[in-house]
Each structure stands twice: as C-alpha cells, then as structure tokens.
Design a protein around this ligand. Structure first.
Ligand SMILES: Cc1cc2nc3c(=O)[nH]c(=O)nc-3n(C[C@H](O)[C@H](O)[C@H](O)COP(=O)(O)O)c2cc1C
Length: 141
C-alpha cells in the first residue's frame, strides 16, 4: 500500500500523516509550483485540467490518495491520476477534505477520472472543521 497527498493549506497532509502512522507507511507528497490562491481558484473551475506535478511513481496495487476539494478540479491531483492511466490498481481510496459544499459533483468527477485505473474505488469526504475539531479519531477505510 502507498499513501499520497496533495495539500495547499495542510489538512490533507495531516490526514495522510494520520493514516501513515496507522499503516506504518511514509506518505508521499504530490508537489507542484506555489501559485497564488486566485490562480488556483480559476484553474479549479475547469474540470479534468491537469497541472504539472512531481511525485515518486507508485509501485503497489493499493493507493490511498488524500487531497482537497477544489470547486470542480484539483489540477495537480488530476495530473497525478492522468499519469497513472495505464496502471491497474486493485484498490484506490480517495480521501477528500473540504469545507462542506459541492461534494456530489466532485465525487462523480473523480470517480470518472479513476474508474479505468482501479478495480475498487472508494471516495471518502472529510469536513475540515470536523477534522480540526478532532472528531475523526479513526478513518475507517
Ligand atoms: C481553490 C480552492 C477551491 C476550493 N473549493 C471548495 C469547494 O468547492 N467546496 C468546499 O467545500 N471547499 C472548497 N475549498 C476549501 C478546501 O477544500 C478545504 O479548505 C480543504 O480542507 C483544504 O485542504 P488542504 O488543507 O489539504 O489544502 C477550496 C479551496 C481552494 C484553495
């Protein structure tokens, strides 16, 4: 199993670290350029748009991927997933942190992007407020 994360304000890293401790795996970061918020906001309105990112390529058949909900798209994560288009994972778990709105469409978008690369797909949404409050003692995957 491998754990990947992309974060802008740190929540997805916290979630990845939490899972990393549980499964004794060091999470790997999906890194990209540091762009200002308003640029990311504009790009996040374009579904399926990838934005170049760097990451160590995965080698196992089970992936946990933590990332934020950004309007209709998180471009560095979309880039990561598009780069894996020839892979066939057994399980892909996406853990998406968000402020609390628009999750249905995002679920559908990322399900569509990943449906051909994994046999089993699981998408879990975590509200940032609840995460920050310590509500999630454990994330059941
Ligand atoms: C460009 C951008 C777009 C966002 N769009 C949404 C959104 O549509 N719905 C929502 O609930 N939160 C939205 N958020 C808030 C983030 O999903 C939320 O703060 C998340 O927990 C941040 O994760 P991170 O700390 O790992 O970056 C957006 C944040 C950014 C920066």
């Amino acid at each position: 199993m491998e754990i990947y994360y992309f974060t802008y304000t740190g929540t997805s890293k916290e979630i990845a670290d939490h899972l990393g401790k549980k499964f004794k795996i060091k999470p790997r970061e999906i890194k990209t350029y540091k762009l200002p918020y308003f640029i990311w906001l504009i790009l996040s309105f374009i579904p399926y748009l990838p934005f170049k990112a760097k990451f160590e390529p995965p080698s196992s058949d089970t992936i946990i991927l933590c990332f934020p909900k950004w309007t209709f798209n998180c471009p560095p994560v979309t880039y990561f997933l598009k780069k894996l288009k020839n892979k066939h994972f057994k399980t892909l778990v996406m853990i998406i942190s968000y402020r609390g709105w628009g999750e249905k469409f995002y679920y559908w978008l990322y399900y569509k992007i990943t449906s051909k690369i994994a046999q089993e797909i699981k998408i879990i949404f975590i509200k940032k407020k609840l995460w920050d409050s310590g509500f999630y003692k454990e994330i059941k995957i």
